[in-house]
Design a protein around this ligand. Structure first.
Ligand code: NIG
Ligand code: FE
Length: 409
């Protein structure tokens, strides 16, 4: 089955299967009047300047002169959860901070109660609908974290839901175990004991069942200290997991330095990162997974993306979709914020939502760029150029989403 995607006004993509840092972050290939030949879901040939690959073709898709980019990669979500948290908004507006609500037993712990109560089927249906919405908005691969179970049984339930989504849904799903997301009520005041339980009982079981590729920890004031995070990450690393860290979201308590020192594949949030953290991450080859819609929703500062690019840290941008700090799965909005708040260039941003997150979830050789041999995951946009995506906000500009050579939406 030979598929031709023709009449591409502008094909814009980073190139190469590695994380892009420094000046490379801002380099994209742009081909005009281009076409792509696909077979068996893989890109076989790319042409430009009106030239076409050799036929015959079984099928042709007319891109009508529009922009085509790789399918977007959302490298950080918490999209499996019970309930919602709209009840927190009046508390927020009255001045309660994100950690105040958590310390009072709400926040993440509220979602934990509802996720524990929810059945596998209910969680699956709700999450599958979120993935449908993300696909319609141009995301073709996404990472999903556990972390609303916080006991062995409920964490495994979440990870089984994530596995089933990956098997049945058109979206490609990459699972992360995040048992260290908060201290559950049963372990109140005994966070060391909770971390020990995760390290000795849950991490080995997750590995044995092949339910996750990465382990993540919320290294934050009032959540887990850098020392506890280190213990958890060491156990995860020994079990054979790649590491991720929620670091410096609200306070810099050493999370980004730890991530760099332990050569974590990514550190996420980094709103409050300092110079030491940046140095450590650059040295450790750790990708900065930035979440600007969370800064927007929490009313916080924006991570110093420009400094990170200058420091030689690969920058990725993700949604952080979750019921508390970012109840939006719209990665296109994060693109707008990357432009207006981080002051990244459109080219840097495209890299940050394609190849860099792809590498940060260990998929850089399969997806994240449009090149011969890569998977034909791509988006035809209702836009002539990527600048338009950075500029228009609030609308879904995805026209058609193609996953492994099939139009799915
Ligand atoms: O990445 N910060 C920790 N985890 C999520 C929020 C989870 C929640 O509030 O439910 C985040 O922002
Ligand atoms: Fe998060």
């Amino acid at each position: 089955m030979k598929l031709l995607i023709k009449n591409i006004g502008c094909l814009q993509t980073p190139t190469g299967s590695y994380s892009h840092k420094g000046s490379k972050q801002g380099k994209n290939m742009k081909l005009y009047d281009a076409a792509i030949l696909v077979s068996d879901g893989i890109i076989r040939e790319i042409t430009e300047n009106g030239k076409l690959p050799e036929g015959p073709f079984d099928k042709a898709i007319d891109a009508e002169g529009k922009l085509v980019t790789p399918g977007l990669v959302d490298g950080h979500t918490h999209l499996v959860f019970g309930g919602y948290r709209q009840n927190e908004i009046p508390m927020k507006l009255a001045g309660a901070g994100y950690l105040d609500i958590l310390r009072a037993g709400g926040g993440i712990l509220d979602t934990v109660r509802k996720t524990r109560e929810a059945s596998f089927a209910a969680l699956y249906e709700k999450s599958a609908a979120f993935l449908d919405e993300m696909l319609r908005m141009g995301v073709t691969t996404c990472e999903i974290k556990s972390g609303y179970g916080l006991d062995k049984e409920s964490e495994l339930k979440m990870l089984e839901v994530i596995r089933a989504l990956g098997e049945k849904h058109a979206m490609d799903v990459v699972p992360t175990f995040m048992g260290a997301h908060a201290v559950p009520p049963e372990f109140e005041g005994q966070s060391d004991a909770y971390i020990e339980m995760l390290c000795t009982e849950v991490i080995p079981e997750v590995k044995k069942r092949g339910l996750a590729e990465f382990c993540d920890v919320f290294c934050e004031d009032s959540v887990f200290t850098a020392k506890q995070s280190r213990r958890y990450l060491e156990a995860a690393s020994e079990a054979g997991f790649d590491l991720k860290v929620h670091a410096d979201e609200i306070e810099d308590i050493g999370g980004s330095s730890l991530a760099g020192e332990m050569e974590a594949i990514s550190a996420e949030h980094l709103i409050a990162i300092g110079e030491d953290g940046m140095k450590a991450m650059a040295k450790g080859g750790t990708t900065a997974m930035l979440l600007p819609a969370t800064s927007f929703y929490l009313g916080k500062h924006y991570a110093p993306a420009r400094f990170m690019i200058e420091a030689g840290i690969p920058v990725a941008i993700a949604s952080d979709f979750n019921p508390g700090s970012c109840p939006s799965l719209n990665l296109q909005f994060a693109i707008n914020l990357g432009y207006l708040r981080y002051r990244m260039t459109p080219e840097e941003i495209l890299t940050a939502v394609t190849i860099n997150p792809a590498c940060a979830i260990d998929r850089g050789d399969l997806i994240g760029t449009l090149e011969v041999g890569k998977r034909a995951d791509l988006v035809i946009w209702n836009a002539p150029d990527f600048e338009m995506l950075c500029y228009r906000f609030g609308s879904n500009l995805a026209d058609r989403v193609i996953k492994e050579g099939e139009i799915i939406l």
